[in-house]
Design a protein around this ligand. Structure first.
Ligand SMILES: Nc1ncnc2c1ncn2[C@@H]1O[C@H](COP(=O)(O)OP(=O)(O)O)[C@@H](O)[C@H]1O
Ligand SMILES: [Mg+2]
Length: 328
């Protein structure tokens, strides 16, 4: 299998300084927030990589960097051999790249234009990329896309507010599929939905992936959702990947204490009746990160080097872990 998506040492810093004049008057230095630091991963064609971690760990920033909504501060995003930096240029190659990569957001209320009929919402990417001219052929394609997400051509006549949350998210999926993408970035796509509806949307996404050979970067703070959908899992903490590997290995035998903490907090996936332990502590302020390993103030395995040196990601039989206490 070949990697369709590659992130190479990607970092993103935001300038969160006070306005210039205040800074000068109050003699404050510029302030930078390191939202994402040195993130690298590959996603093979047809595969789902899920990123998990508590709120504020940098997951959405990685999503936006990957789709090209943010430029990287350092590092590269390469999709199908092309650097995403070039995707904002007006060339044909840039347009072709943008067509191949689509994003689905958490909130289907905010991401669907309330004034447009669903058929026009779904047709928009087709018109933008001039894939099919207006007319019966376009109507047929829109009906086909609505069918793919288990809606009908008649639903195309309605407006977003006439649908439930789950249906609305399916409209977002139909629109994302309209440009025949190869790669979908899904940022908490089911987090706003009820649990039963979540499962339906996840199953639909899995079916579409199988039928169309889609590749997913799937972002969620919910480990059960990730367990359902992912092939591989990356765990993020304060802007860095602390553990990444095959789902079964990461879930079955977590090596990073943070991964273990997240797993211990969810209802038992295998129903062994093990008691759950709530997640203790909070993610530190990224403007004032702890020295050494960012997880050390919360870590039950903390020992001498942990607040002094930051652990590098080290490979253990196909998995990578950044922890001084991790052993093979
Ligand atoms: N546009 C921005 N400007 C400044 N800070 C940001 C911006 N976007 C995200 N951040 C900060 O970057 C960190 C990571 O945020 P985010 O990627 O949204 O995390 P997650 O999706 O895991 O909750 C947070 O501390 C957040 O406040
Ligand atoms: Mg987010």
């Amino acid at each position: 299998m070949s990697a369709l998506v590659q992130l190479k040492n990607v970092s993103k810093t935001f300038d969160v300084s006070a306005p210039w004049l205040n800074r000068v008057i109050e003699r404050k230095p510029q302030t930078f927030l390191h939202a994402v630091s040195e993130v690298s991963f590959n996603i093979n064609r047809g595969e789902t990589l899920a990123l998990v971690g508590e709120s504020g760990c940098g997951k959405s920033t990685v999503a936006r960097l990957t789709v090209g909504l943010y430029e990287t501060s350092t590092g590269q995003v390469i999709i199908d051999g092309h650097d995403m930096k070039a995707s904002n240029q007006g060339t044909d190659a840039a347009r072709a790249m943008r067509r191949k990569v689509q994003m689905i957001f958490q909130d289907p209320y905010a991401s669907l234009n309330p004034r447009w009929r669903v058929a026009d919402i779904v047709a928009e990417p087709i018109r933008t990329h001039t894939l099919i001219p207006d007319g019966p052929q376009l109507d047929k394609r829109v009906a086909e896309l609505l069918g793919l997400v288990k809606l009908t051509a008649k639903d195309g006549e309605k407006y977003p507010h006439q649908f439930s949350g789950g249906q609305r998210q399916r409209i977002s999926i139909a629109r994302a599929l309209a440009s025949n993408p190869e790669f979908l970035i899904c940022d908490e796509p089911t987090s706003a939905l009820d649990v039963s509806v979540q499962a339906q949307v996840l199953n639909l996404m899995k079916d579409l992936q199988r039928e169309m050979g889609l590749t997913y970067l799937f972002i969620s703070h919910n480990l059960q959702v990730v367990h359902h959908i992912a092939d591989r899992v990356g765990v993020m903490y304060l802007g860095r990947i602390v553990e990444i590997g095959d789902k079964d290995e990461v879930f079955g035998a977590p090596k990073h204490p943070y991964t273990r903490m997240l797993l211990d907090a969810i209802p038992d996936l295998h129903m062994t009746g093990k008691a759950r332990t709530p997640v203790a502590g909070e993610v530190p302020n990224p403007l004032n990160p702890p020295s050494g390993c960012a997880f050390n103030p919360r870590c039950p395995k903390k020992f001498e080097p942990c607040d002094k040196t930051r652990p590098q990601l080290v490979s253990f039989a196909g998995r990578q872990v950044a922890c001084h206490a991790a052993t093979g």
